[in-house]
Design a protein around this ligand. Structure first.
Ligand SMILES: NC(=O)c1ccc[n+]([C@@H]2O[C@H](COP(=O)([O-])OP(=O)(O)OC[C@H]3O[C@@H](n4cnc5c(N)ncnc54)[C@H](OP(=O)(O)O)[C@@H]3O)[C@@H](O)[C@H]2O)c1
Length: 364
């Protein structure tokens, strides 16, 4: 890009660089956009990085199209959701440094999709961007930081001219009985597993609404199907997420939003190893419940039956499906658990239906 072009570019009105109609962004994103333009940082990611090696912007770019130069000349121009012509999609995935998020990014990139990967430390994403310089971008994102969410969603939208699929994968377990867990520990767990995912989703919803389509995948957990002693707060955060996702699926249907909840059983990642937080003040009385569960997890670490690469393939299949499932249970363990839970719930419901029915006013 010539110096002249570069100079001219930054003097154009902001709307010329917005890949979507200005009204399609939430007010908070537009405020951030204006601030970033003022300080000349429109193209920069967090910490002054430039996540998008953009060439000259194309003011004629239409909604859903990448801006000129924001994808390499080798990257074909595609309209999102043009699956009958080309099924390639643009993904935004949280927590790509390792584990399921990393495996999903690898799988999507391997089939030619474009992926905006995010991690708390973007250096963890260097290998991915080096392997896929044209189709992978890396952004810093800690989902517990509202300002980082706003900035990253803005940069992610700019990276390839839009997002087709958001995957809320970032999450972390907390091991502790209900009585053992203090409020700060509870709040931290909900920040990462519930509020963080909701924050990223809410920041992208105006975009999905404006383009009349999009997909949101929430990585929940088998603990949300039926919970274990010691996982009360973590499971509660994932269930809260599921409650919100169920509503979102209905609220978004009129504008083409598709929502999938992924419920993995044990997968071989850092989840029950280095990533697992433990409460600061365990009590001996919970040794036979929370303690026993903790020992089970410790013994299973490194031997989990679930393969992250196969989980990624399953998520791709769900996203590609004409009718993506609302719930996607992953692994034989979680499938058995879901089946047993549903059967038990059905049995209990039938047994107590007369009592439930007797609580209504008699029909006149
Ligand atoms: N593996 C399982 O058995 C299993 C079972 C049920 C549910 N899950 C769910 O699957 C998802 C992925 O976990 P995993 O198995 O891949 O575990 P993992 O290997 O521990 O990876 C967790 C990922 O989440 C990221 N993360 C944690 N806190 C974050 C934050 N505040 N902001 C942004 N990113 C954050 C981590 O980034 P850093 O590298 O920066 O820490 C990492 O990339 C989680 O939502 C987890 O609850 C996993």
């Amino acid at each position: 890009m010539s110096a002249q072009n570069s100079h001219t570019r930054w003097r154009r009105p902001l709307r010329d660089y917005a890949p979507f109609p200005m009204g399609s962004y939430s007010p908070v994103i537009m405020k951030e956009a204006a601030a970033r333009k003022r300080d000349g940082a429109w193209r920069r990611g967090l910490g002054g990085r430039d996540p998008v090696p953009c060439g000259q912007a194309d003011a004629s770019a239409r909604p859903g199209q990448p801006l000129d130069g924001c994808a390499s000349s080798r990257t074909p121009r595609r309209a999102p959701f043009s699956s009958s012509v080309n099924p390639s999609r643009v993904w935004l995935i949280t927590g790509c440094s390792r584990g399921l998020g990393h495996a999903l990014a690898v799988a999507a990139l391997a089939r030619g999709d474009r992926v905006v990967t995010t991690a708390r430390n973007p250096l963890d994403l260097a290998a991915l961007t080096a392997a896929h310089p044209d189709t992978c971008r890396a952004l810093a994102l800690d989902v517990t930081s509202p300002t980082q969410v706003t900035a990253s969603v803005l940069a992610a939208l700019e990276a390839f001219g839009g997002i087709d699929v958001l995957v809320n994968n970032a999450g972390a377990g907390l091991l502790g009985a209900i009585e053992e867990t203090d409020e700060a520990e509870i709040a931290r767990c909900f920040e990462v597993n519930f509020l963080g995912a909701l924050r990223v989703t809410r920041a992208l919803l105006p975009h999905f609404r404006a383009r009349r389509g999009g997909q949101v995948v929430f990585v929940s957990a088998a603990a949300a199907i039926a919970n274990y002693p010691g996982f009360g707060i973590y499971g509660a955060a994932k269930r809260a997420l599921e409650g919100a996702a169920e509503s979102l699926a209905q609220e978004g249907r009129p504008f083409g939003l598709r929502v999938t909840l992924v419920q993995p059983g044990p997968f071989r990642t850092g989840f029950i190893g280095a990533s697992l937080a433990h409460v600061a003040a365990p009590l001996p009385d919970y040794d036979t419940t929370r303690g026993k569960f903790a020992r089970t997890l410790a013994a299973m670490d490194g031997r989990q039956p679930g393969d992250p690469a196969r989980a990624a393939a399953a998520i791709l299949a769900a996203v590609d499906a004409e009718r993506p499932p609302l719930r996607l249970v992953l692994g034989a363990y979680a499938t058995d658990k879901a089946r047993r839970t549903l059967t038990a719930a059905q049995r209990e419901l039938e047994a107590w239906t007369p009592v439930a029915a007797a609580t209504e006013f008699p029909t006149p």
